[in-house]
Design a protein around this ligand. Sequence first.
Ligand code: CO
Length: 176
Amino acid sequence: MIRRILETPDPSLREVAEALSEFEPWLEGLIADMYSTMHASSGLGLAAPQLGIPLRIVVIQLPEDQAEGHGGVPYTLINPDIIEGGPREKMTEGCLSLPGYRAMVERCNSVVVTYRQLDGKCAALTAQGLLAQAVQHEVDHLNGVLFIDHLDSMLELQQIPPEPLDWSYEDEAEAG
Ligand code: CO
């Protein structure tokens, strides 16, 4: 099921989400919904608070052709905790909760994140580049932090150009 993604300035996006202590069967349905919702919006990652669910759950799936072998792999991170970060660099970033905008954000170019799997088992992931960036962006959501909070000024926000015009419409109008 595709759910509605909350957008700024919805106050739910600013809450600190709760860690999961029990791994219940209903989690599977929620996580399936998170993937469907993320794919429907062509997003690379989604955090449960973006659906108004204040739990520490993140899903990430990068495009097949990107991310040095991490592309296409679905990562479900429950109670993620970033325990190590590499050097910082500026990366272009956007968010499904702030559609139409992007900005250069400073992120660690690699991270080590520990988390729980859906079966409750502990796991660790070493991520570089886009995957590392996505992990940091989504873990921020669990703490009520948005990428705009990392900017010195809102002037750094760039508006993403709208979709190209459909020229066939104009041709038709001219012909008519
Ligand atoms: Co986001």
